[in-house]
Design a protein around this ligand. Structure first.
Ligand SMILES: *[C@@H]1O[C@H](CO)[C@@H](O)[C@H](O)[C@H]1NC(C)=O
Ligand SMILES: *[C@@H]1O[C@H](CO)[C@@H](O)[C@H](O)[C@H]1NC(C)=O
Ligand SMILES: *[C@@H]1O[C@H](CO)[C@@H](O)[C@H](O)[C@H]1NC(C)=O
Ligand SMILES: [Zn+2]
Length: 461
């Protein structure tokens, strides 16, 4: 009867395995990965073959396009996504950290470490989620390297100066690292950032072969992500949102147009104390003491494609200028016109920062995972509504914000007013049934083996 005895020994082990796997009822939410590909214009997948992104449309949610906040720049827009607040409310109003009194500026990468630029009293989702017991991490996502209300993001990797934007091998390694964070270390919420296709869009322009080649690299990376999720057994446990911060448009140059060069209209030496220009379609200037009106008058009608305002008069629908960091004179341009200060360098063939109602500034929203509907095409929406959606997915109570869950919850499988845990509960039940089924099957095989073994033993004696 050796066979039956070994069966008896195995039984507790098998039952232990069944109850420890898949940890039924431990959580009432799924994990969430937010990925941002910087500067991915809404229609970039329409003139390139993107089999993986096309597959995602069938297997998840796609919005026709996504509207970023104004100003359509990297740090302001990313911080709106992670906080659900308008730019003038979260205060990250530019990529540059600057001080108009002292005259210094720090660029995008240098700001990543600088808490004083990011922490203006509005909590990003990492911190809110942590305070409600979630484990969160940021991989190169703008703002992830700062402390908020004294608290750092539990794990944060900050992009270094020398970090290459487009190394596909490294992109895949980063996905594997993030999968390990979810799988081995049980992180609940991770934000992952890639600097492309922004870089290539600036350098070569959006309507180029270089940009199309980069979109194919991104598409392969999304394919790799799908594989990695499956390989790590996360398919039923991880929701993924793929989005971006703004689009890209081709910069207009002479002789096609008259370019905007501020020094043509104002005597810099007499009127300008500090300026933040040469960054696409938004500019801010502070006048020398007593010169504000002169500066404003000199710029107001300077160029037909340049729209100049005193701070208080800047269009309210942009939700942009009502912050102490905004300089006294603000201006924005028609799409494609760069605001140049003292000289025109023509470094960029493409740029962003323009009016967020312009189609070339629109960006992407894709999502898939256990909580998202399949083959669901959503109407265009503002990126500010991603925040309440993420809170809902993570089971986190949001901070006060400017988004609305009503805009995005139609994408969710369980959006018909049922209690939020029910899909998960039935899934857990399903897993338990599968687990018990497996145990029964194994027991049956062992039983047959034992009976056969016993029969053979009997024959021998
Ligand atoms: C961020 O801070 C760390 C530690 O102070 C430093 O080593 C790193 O170079 C900084 N990164 C950037 C992009 O400034
Ligand atoms: C790309 O990244 C991989 C993995 O991190 C590294 O081994 C390789 O040297 C990088 N290639 C370039 C051209 O930097
Ligand atoms: C944005 O949300 C904050 C916090 O709830 C609120 O104080 C503010 O008035 C809102 N802004 C707008 C424009 O609705
Ligand atoms: Zn960007």
């Amino acid at each position: 009867m050796t066979g039956l005895r070994s069966l008896a020994l195995l039984l507790p082990l098998l039952l232990g395995w069944a109850s420890g796997h898949p940890a039924p009822g431990r959580r009432s939410f799924h994990k969430l990965l937010l990925i941002s590909f910087d500067g991915f214009r809404w229609d970039y997948d329409q003139d390139v073959d993107t089999p993986n992104m096309d597959r995602l449309v069938k297997e998840g949610v796609k919005a026709k396009y996504l509207s970023p906040p104004f100003v359509t720049m990297t740090s302001p827009s990313h911080f709106t996504t992670i906080s659900g607040r308008w730019v003038e409310e979260h205060g990250v109003i530019h990529n540059m950290l600057y001080n108009s009194d002292k005259g210094w500026k720090y660029d995008f990468k240098a700001t990543q470490n600088k808490t004083e630029w990011w922490d203006n009293g509005v909590l990003p989702l990492w911190i809110t989620a942590q305070r409600q017991g979630r484990k969160t991490a940021s991989f190169h996502y703008p703002g992830g390297g700062a402390k908020y209300d004294g608290e750092p993001v539990q794990r944060s990797l900050v992009e270094s100066y020398s970090h290459p934007d487009s190394n596909e091998t490294e992109w895949r390694e980063n996905i594997d690292i993030v999968m390990d964070w979810f799988k081995k270390e049980d992180f609940d919420f991770v934000t992952l950032y890639y600097g492309e296709p922004d870089n290539v869009g600036h350098r070569f322009g959006p309507e180029t072969e270089n940009r199309r080649v980069m979109i194919q690299q991104i598409d392969r990376t999304i394919g790799y992500l799908r594989e990695a999720i499956e390989r790590h057994g996360l398919t039923e446990h991880l929701n993924v949102i793929i989005t971006s911060d703004h689009g890209m448009t081709t910069i207009k140059m002479k002789p096609e147009v008259t370019e905007i060069l501020l020094t043509n209209y104002v005597k810099y030496r007499d009127l300008v104390k500090f300026d933040l220009v040469d960054y696409g379609g938004l500019g801010m200037i502070e006048a020398k003491p007593g010169q504000e009106e002169n500066l404003y008058q000199a710029l107001k009608n300077a160029h037909p494609s340049l729209h100049v305002y005193k701070k208080e008069e800047f269009p309210k629908h942009f939700h942009y200028a009502n912050h102490k960091r905004a300089l006294p004179i603000l201006m924005y341009t028609d799409p494609g016109y760069n605001i140049n200060g003292r000289l025109i360098l023509h470094i960029n063939k493409g740029d962003h920062g323009f009016d967020n109602s312009v189609m070339d500034m629109k960006t992407i929203f894709r999502a898939f995972g256990p909580d998202f509907k399949k083959d669901y095409l959503a109407e265009p929406f503002d990126s500010i509504h991603i925040y309440p959606l993420m809170c809902k997915l993570l089971g986190v109570t949001p901070e006060p914000h400017n988004g609305s869950l009503a805009v995005t919850e139609g994408m969710l499988r369980d959006s018909s007013g049922q209690n939020p845990g029910s899909a998960t509960a039935s899934k857990t039940m399903h897993n338990v049934v599968i687990g018990l089924g497996t145990v029964t099957a194994v027991l049956f095989v062992l039983f047959i083996a034992a009976v056969t073994y016993t029969a053979i033993q009997r024959k021998k004696t």
